[in-house]
Design a protein around this ligand. Sequence first.
Ligand code: USQ
Length: 384
Amino acid sequence: MKALILGIDGYIGWALALRLVAKGHEVAGIDNLSTRRFSAEVGSDSAFPLPSPKERVEAVKRKLGADIKFIVGDAKDKALLEETIRDFKPDVIVHFAEQRSAPYSMKDYEHAWYTLENNLKSTLSLLYAVSEIDPSIHILKMGTMGEYGTPNFDIPESAFVKAIIQGKEDTIPTPKWGGSYYHWSKIFDTFLILFKGKLSNLTVTDIMQGPVYGTRTEEITDEELRTRFDFDETWGTVINRYCVEAVLGLPLTPYGKGKQTRGFISLEDSVEALRLLIENPPKDGEYRVVNQFAEVYNVRQLAEIVKNAAEELGLKTDITHVKNPRVEAEEHYYNPEVKVLPSLGFKPKRNIRDETKVMIKDLLPYKERLESFKHVIMPKTVWK
Ligand code: USQ
């Protein structure tokens, strides 16, 4: 198949590109390199030094014998999307080209608006470009489990639910509640996709993925093919942050009570699930929702897992609950439905206990580099 990845330079985008070429698919990608710039904006960088786009493409050629077309450009640019779609003729377009940090979106008005404008515009440009050029192209869109919030009901894996409102039953969009402007941008994306998808008979998979962790996939086995790895308070996600904290001898930082519960998935399992969804598209004109995660834990339990992994590797580690900078439920019900991926034969291969040891071992050689970013680890971005 031919896959066009919007956001190919990112943590998952790059890992997915490698998985797809390794499985014999043809890959092209667009990226405006904004995560590199925004990470520098907050005084941080990837834990592993990142090769340039040109170096990345050359490494893939050398190591995997494949050609990736890497276009430095903006997925909001509808003309660029149209030109690339006409030229490359993809079977599937993967849309990861969005600002993906909740704390970044909560810094101030400018960051909130950037996130909303950037994310909604890239989504709408893609929806229009596909419907005008070839509505049969499968759109694989990265949403987030955070679109649902933490409701007191079982989270369905469905765009619509039956509800009784003031005594009358109807089918309504699945209730959503974002915990940051970033999460709201993905909720608004979902509604744009549902609406335009219906008008133009688009074929879409909307992935509700939980936080991803890990340094490796089957293809990422050496320095040259590494994907970025963020750990600072703005760009790092919880497990990745804990592993860096352990390497630096800093206390692990569950926020508040630490009972915030999420569904987590390793980078390896994430790209494998994405490959399955690409190779098994929904029916023409269908909007398919996929809840994508492998293990459910709260952030205190995760700190204990990372502490044990670190101690097995000889690193003395403490856990210190810090004042929660976010406005979020610190204790709540959490039971999302997961049926699409198992129906495609997906079985997670990695687990947090084993993978955190791999991650710490991968990060230890970079301890000196990480030391220089110690000041960007503790949470500073307060939800207000
Ligand atoms: N948390 C801690 N300690 C930390 C960092 C985070 O307790 O040092 C807590 C947060 O308060 C939150 C939970 O861990 O309750 C998850 O936070 P996170 O930073 O790992 O993830 P989040 O901001 O929710 O966003 C990440 C990705 C986003 C993706 C989302 C999936 O950045 O792109 O959509 O995970 S989900 O969380 O299911 O919405």
